[in-house]
Design a protein around this ligand. Structure first.
Ligand code: ATP
Ligand code: MG
Length: 303
């Protein structure tokens, strides 16, 4: 899971399943005036069911970064971005050229251990729970909903961000209050719901449904301000569906024509029994997935 390239002048800090984090090699280096800055680099790695698969999806890291940057600009909410290649010279000067297009220079925040999940549609683990209990994350819902249906209103269903290697755990809003205090818990919930509403309506104008998404927030240690961090509204953190397919599709699979790694998940469940090492993804699956990520970028940003 380690990275294959550590840019000159940076130290490797952490690698998640998809992203690699670096900090300036010399603490005295004030990177573009950022104070405590980090380099957040999206790789082409793809994970499904918590397994990192091989090979990667060409261009995926760049798509994730471009989408995050586009949304940060659009949302008008305080965020962790310090510099990116999209800003021309100043951005380029701050980023190692070999990874400029997949990287963001960000301010290091004190992250809240809460993943702010918002669901506008019934699907995935939410659908499974609803089928069994009529609830999503213990929130009761009206009966008679189908897989892929729009929820009566968007639900905030936070999760506790588990330490590396453990699974994130769904928690109640009350539990987030115990973890981070009433004021911050409410602030994060309200921000998540309002960002979701804005993003869902932007997506709708592009013929897309934003079925659900996850945000991460942190506190700026210098100003005390709460800011949006991590990646935002990417196909790794969100489910995007084609709105036309949803309207006209008859089966849940047709309705939830998705712009993410569903192609990979489907291939994996058909070709692997989930024990041992996952098989290599075949070229046609890689290519279809790469096209799907690129198509989403074009649909959202218009280029
Ligand atoms: P995985 O996605 O593999 O389950 P992960 O979410 O920990 O694990 P990544 O998403 O690949 O790993 O890496 C990004 C990490 O950087 C996350 O832990 C995220 O919380 C953290 N992060 C994002 N933005 C900031 C920031 N501005 N300050 C501090 N940490 C951040
Ligand atoms: Mg993550």
């Amino acid at each position: 899971m380690s990275t294959n390239l550590t840019p000159a002048g940076w130290n490797h800090l952490y690698s998640g399943k998809v992203r690699d984090l670096f900090e300036p090699a010399s603490p005295a280096t004030d990177v573009a005036g950022a104070g405590d800055a980090m380099l957040l680099v999206a790789s082409d790695r793809v994970s499904a069911y918590d397994y990192v698969l091989s090979p990667g999806i060409p261009g995926k890291g760049e798509v994730l970064t471009r989408l995050s940057l586009w949304w940060f600009d659009k949302l008008g909410v305080p965020n962790h971005l310090v510099a990116s290649h999209a800003e021309g010279e100043r951005g380029h000067a701050a980023l190692p050229p070999e990874i400029a297009e997949r990287a963001m220079l960000v301010k290091k925040l004190d992250m809240f251990p809460v993943e702010a999940v918002v669901r506008g549609y019934l699907t995935g683990s939410g659908w499974k729970e609803y089928e069994q209990n009529g609830t999503v994350c213990d929130i009761p819902l009206p009966s008679g909903l189908q897989n892929g249906d729009r929820l009566p209103e968007p639900l905030y269903t936070p999760a506790w961000k588990a330490p590396l290697g453990e699974h994130d755990e769904n928690i109640s809003f009350e539990r987030t209050v115990e973890l981070i205090g009433e004021e911050d818990a409410a602030a994060i919930r309200d921000l998540a719901l309002s960002i979701y509403a804005k993003a869902a309506s932007t997506a709708e104008s592009r013929g897309l449904i934003l079925a659900d998404t996850k945000f991460e927030f942190g506190r700026d240690p210098e100003t005390g301000e709460i800011a949006l961090a991590d990646e935002v509204l990417t196909p790794d953190s969100s489910r995007y569906w084609d709105a036309n397919a949803w309207t006209s599709g008859e089966t849940p699979e047709q309705r939830m024509a998705s712009f993410d790694k569903q192609i990979v998940r489907n291939w994996l469940t058909e070709n692997w029994n989930m024990t041992g090492t996952p098989p290599e993804l075949p070229p046609e699956i890689i290519e279809r997935t790469a096209n799907r990520y690129r198509e989403l970028l074009e649909r959202v940003t218009g280029n």
